[in-house]
Design a binder for this molecule. Sequence first.
Ligand code: GLN
Length: 190
Amino acid sequence: MEKPLRIGVLAVQGNFREHAAVLRRLGAEPVEVRLPGELAGLDGLILPGGESTAIGRLMKLYGLDDAVREFDGPIFGTCAGMIVLDRDHLGLGDYRTERNAFGRQVHSFEADLEIDDGDEPIRAVFIRAPWLEDPGPDVEVLAEVDGHAVLAREGRLLVAAFHPELTDDTRVHERFLNIVRQEKEAHVRA
Ligand code: GLN
């Protein structure tokens, strides 16, 4: 049997428990990450949603900012996690984010996202969500709301402006785990 994928979930603030629960449902092993040493040996990493300023401050305090910059596996950032990865923060993703772009709390909403032709749309929950702007040439926009990019892939990075951990639809996490498997195989071959 395939060994379960070990996926770190940054657990300094925000929705890390919900992400861990989805990973467990999909047969992966979630590992809560609060210290740089806990990144060792992980197959992938999730940066959850929450409050990006708080997450950024806590990451700096614990030395997780440099540690995550050096982590070379796949990373999935959702909402605040997408902000933390952008050009103006950790600088791992070649895009900018517009914070609270859809408006503040009152503008939290749900939307159906068309991702792959022929697949059922994904019901997505947006909470004080950012959107993605100025994507670099390697950023593939996978879904939009009103013409604004809300799901994108850039090589080993997957970023979502919404909260796939808050619905029963596990397809976005599955997409991430597929990236993790592909990267793992590429490493074995290299
Ligand atoms: N508005 C939050 C921020 O800017 C992100 C919201 C979220 O992660 N749900 O950090």
